[in-house]
Write a protein that binds this ligand. Structure first.
Ligand code: TRP
Ligand code: ZN
Length: 860
């Protein structure tokens, strides 16, 4: 393995900056290969010391350094810094340098996306633009002047308000921007290009008019309205739910095609992956519509939770991300179906966050050690971070939580603070001791909650015991007891109340008197804590919870447990025994599928068999082949047993013109599930329905529903339809990503040569993260049989690709490697094959810090 001097930064080593920056004056003269940057800053020494000024910088060509107008020569340039000796306490620094956006394939710093200039500075990308104190606790006001060719780049955008514009010689022009709010440099943004512009206005609760501007690629105007509508909903929602109003007079959103993540909350100028902006009924699925609303909300909510109050250092990332994910989840729930949303959140936790906890990348929501910050934009920091905020919300109640938020803004507006500052505000506003609760920030791993009960029919007493235990994780041996809020109720007990236990000790027993019959506990309502909970349910008891619980989440969860227990058990039985168990289990779902009372949104979720990924996380070690096979058998049985019902559901759908609304979304989801089951239960019938649907539907959700059903039903049919799809959409890369993705998770023996072929498609390029994720990412994460092929070919294929991607885009490579480092639960043979590939990647010349950190952690 290549050796990179393991430069680990520790949370405990935090020190405030030696200097601060009060004012930033930036000038850009844009050029594809040689952009000139002039950065003038007012710098002030902090405290009493004589240390020189050390600025961060990477891949910069320095032209000159001046202090108070005097050119300097005794500075020192290193690969990642510039040291300027000075004894002055307060001075103006002028740095001039050249950067090459065209060569920048990392998509961090200033780069070109399909001809447009754009920036991505979080977490530490500003140092690829100019020498600077690139840390979130240095906040300043920015003035930015952008100069570029007027024809090619009519729009020149940056944060804040436009203050000047004018023409220059040689067909150039300039525009100047001023951001009145102090910000850390990670929130800086610049965009230059030619776009189509969609405009609107929003009137705030205090009657201020905000200009809303959405910039999209030329010709994409008709795909913009949903994002703009979502933005207005988010702005209104933050006012009514949190009392938070937008602060600048203009809010800009730019959609770009080349982007490493979902979107970025730069002050007043959000930059989005176009996947999370562009939608119309023909090109976008219901899921796309949902995601756009969620991501637009997320970035907007950052304006207060992230921008007005920001992070002191990057170890505190969950301060803004956990809280903002919680806010966007609440927003989505309010805009649509609360139960579907909650299930969605929980699936992410169980499929991906639990996997991270069980891997060598395990870390607390506030990490203690980081080599490459980009590696810590994780499901743990984001999604478990949100669950921790949700637990505070549960423990303090809505009013208490809002009081804490209010105090948080009163205390910290305009500052860079820590997770502990946040909890302190919650504590002070509520007079509640959160000492033990704080351990959620420092402890990694998934807690286990074991539940036992006993019923005494003589004394009519019911006792229920909750016990917490914590396994060591890769990063942490010692664990402590956490505060675990557990919401539950007792079915068949005459007590219809929901109880909340705040479990703090190792074990706690609750006693209920005058209980007429032995109750069945309905546990962990609404997934009140991010834990694995176990209770020895009989199948009939789970069925009882599934149909009777007052909590919709618990109903769904009981159904999922029925399915998963059956699959795990069947995978260890003979074929005949397994089939019998599966057939018996499926019968419990008859009441659900026939029910007139269960609403369609919940019904669809209950009737959906757990994903392979979530089944995988439930066991300590997994026999991949038999688990896969049992799951498939269960799916088939669901299709066959309820063929009549699926057929009825399918044919009961009402034909109507596409609209993205709650009712239609639910119906499409249910009928496409029915089609999928029919494709397992009655192939002949399904084939006809699939062809019909594919040809006649007016929207992308149903097109993809047909394709997905064909994929399980008949590969020849699938191939034919996929070809038609490609003919229609070959010049639309965002739509084609769905096609790449479907190909990549197809179960076929020649999958690798198929993917190879797809990589030569004219729309595929290793430089675009969306393409790479759609094809290689989908294969690695979701093509169980292909990726885990016992001959090791799947692992090798991914490794070969990552070796190439390492030099193009380290951030994306480090994401796609995730399934390869999660070898802990698979059999020995596969473990060795995976580790062998990790070692091969580790030997790559010029291995990035991003990959090095993950590989070195995960090799035994
Ligand atoms: N702050 C962004 C968000 O969650 C995340 C993000 C966007 C990001 N682009 C990035 C993080 C690039 C790291 C690198 O909304
Ligand atoms: Zn975010």
């Amino acid at each position: 393995m290549s050796t990179i001097s393991a430069n680990v930064k520790k949370r405990a080593d935090y020190q405030s900056a030696d200097f601060t920056i009060n004012k930033v004056n930036l000038e850009f003269e844009l050029h594809a290969t040689a952009t000139r940057v002039v950065c003038i800053t007012q710098i002030e020494r902090q405290g009493n010391h004589h240390r020189p000024l050390v600025l961060d910088g990477e891949s910069l060509e320095l032209l000159s350094v001046a202090i108070n107008g005097v050119a300097q020569t005794d500075y020192k340039i290193e690969p990642d810094s510039l040291t300027v000796p000075t004894e002055l306490d307060k001075f103006d620094l002028r740095v001039e340098n050249i950067i090459n956006p065209q060569e920048n394939s990392s998509l961090e710093g200033l780069y070109l996306s399909a001809g447009a200039f754009c920036t991505q500075c979080e977490a530490e990308g500003f140092r690829k633009i100019t020498y600077f104190l690139d840390r979130p606790d240095v906040l300043a006001a920015y003035d930015v002047k952008i100069i570029a060719d007027k024809t090619q780049f009519p729009f020149l955008l940056s944060n804040g308000n436009k203050v000047a514009a004018g023409d220059l010689p040689d067909n150039k022009h300039f525009i100047s921007w001023q951001d009145p709010f102090n910000k850390p440099c990670y929130l800086f943004a610049l965009v230059a290009g030619d776009f189509d512009l969609l405009e609107d206005t929003f009137i705030t609760q205090s009657n201020r008019e905000i200009a809303l501007q959405l910039f999209v690629d030329k010709g994409m105007l008709d795909r913009g309205p949903h994002a703009l509508e979502s933005l207005k909903k988010a702005m209104r929602w933050d006012e009514t739910e949190f009392g938070l109003e937008y602060d600048l007079d203009i809010y800009m959103v730019v959609a770009v095609d080349f982007f490493n993540m979902g979107a970025m909350e730069n002050k007043g100028l959000n930059v989005f992956n176009s996947k999370f902006v562009l939608a119309n009924s023909e090109t976008a699925t219901d899921e796309d519509y949902f995601n756009i609303e969620a991501v637009i909300g997320h970035e907007y909510f950052h304006n207060w939770t992230g921008n007005r109050v920001t992070c002191r250092d990057w170890f505190q990332l969950s301060l803004k991300e956990g809280l903002t994910v919680f806010r966007d989840q609440q927003f989505s729930a309010d805009m649509g179906s609360p139960i579907v949303n909650r299930i969605k959140n929980v699936r992410v936790i169980r499929e991906h966050q639990f996997a991270e906890d069980a891997s060598a990348m395990s870390h607390p929501i506030r990490p203690d050690e980081v080599m490459e910050m980009n590696n810590f934009y994780t499901v743990t920091v984001y999604d478990k971070g949100s669950e921790v905020i949700r637990m505070l919300h549960t423990i303090l109640g809505k009013q208490g939580f809002l009081a804490g938020i209010k105090l948080y803004f009163e205390r910290f507006d305009g500052q860079a603070v820590t997770c502990d500052d946040f909890v302190q505000a919650m504590e002070d506003a509520n007079g509640k001791d959160l000492t033990q609760f704080r351990l959620w920030y420092s402890q990694s791993g998934t807690p286990n909650i074991a539940v036992f009960d006993e019923y005494d029919s003589d004394t009519k007493t019911y006792k229920i015991t909750f016990k917490q235990s914590h396994k060591a994780t890769f990063d942490q041996q010692e664990k402590q007891n956490l505060v675990v809020p557990i919401q539950f109720s007792l079915l068949n007990s005459g007590d219809s109340q929901q109880h909340t236990l705040e479990l703090t000790a190792t074990s706690e027993t609750l006693e209920f008197k005058d209980v007429g019959t032995k109750p069945t506990p309905s546990l962990l309502h609404n997934f009140s804590a991010p834990v694995k909970l176990s209770y020895q349910y009989k199948q009939s008891e789970l069925a009882d919870v599934m149909v009777k619980s007052p909590d919709d989440f618990a109903r769904w969860d009981a159904g999922q447990s029925l399915f998963s227990k059956c699959i795990h058990k069947a995978s260890g039985l003979t074929d005949a025994e397994g089939q019998q168990l599966i057939a018996d289990t499926v019968k419990y779902f008859e009441e659900v599928i026939n029910s007139k009372d269960i609403k369609d949104d919940l019904k669809t979720e209950i009737l959906t068999v757990p994903s392979f990924e979530s089944l995988f996380q439930q066991a300590d070690s997994v026999d991949i082949d038999s688990l896969y096979k049992s799951r498939k058998q269960l799916l088939t049985q669901m299709g066959q047993t309820f063929e009549t019902q699926w057929n009825n559901i399918y044919h009961n759908k009402t034909k109507q013109k596409y609209a993205y609304n709650q009712k239609q979304v639910e119906q499409r989801k249910l009928t496409n599930l029915a089609l999928k089951y029919l494709s397992l239960g009655n192939q002949t019938l399904a084939k006809e329905l699939i062809k019909e649907q594919f040809s006649s539907c007016d929207n992308m959700t149903d097109s993809l529903g047909a394709l997905a059903a064909a994929q399980t039903c008949d590969l020849d049919l699938f191939e034919g339809l996929m070809q038609r799809f490609e003919e229609k959409w070959h010049s639309d890369p965002l739509v084609l990503d769905k096609w790449f993705s479907l190909h990549a998770n197809t179960d076929r023996h020649d999958i690798l040569s198929r993917i190879e072929l797809l990589m030569s498609h004219s729309q595929f390029t290793i430089n675009n993260p969306n393409r790479v994720r759609a094809l290689v990412g989908t294969f690695a994460f979701y093509n169980v049989k292909g990726f885990h092929n016992l001959n090791g070919s799947g692992y090798k294929f991914v490794a070969d690709y990552l070796i190439k991607l390492n030099s193009v885009n380290p951030q994306v490579a480090a994401r796609v490697i995730t399934p390869l480092i999660q070898w802990q639960k698979v059999d020995k043979t596969r473990q060795e094959l995976m580790q062998h590939q990790l070692m091969r990647i580790g030997d790559t010349q010029g291995l990035s810090k991003d990959l090095f950190e993950k590989i070195s952690k995960s090799l035994p």
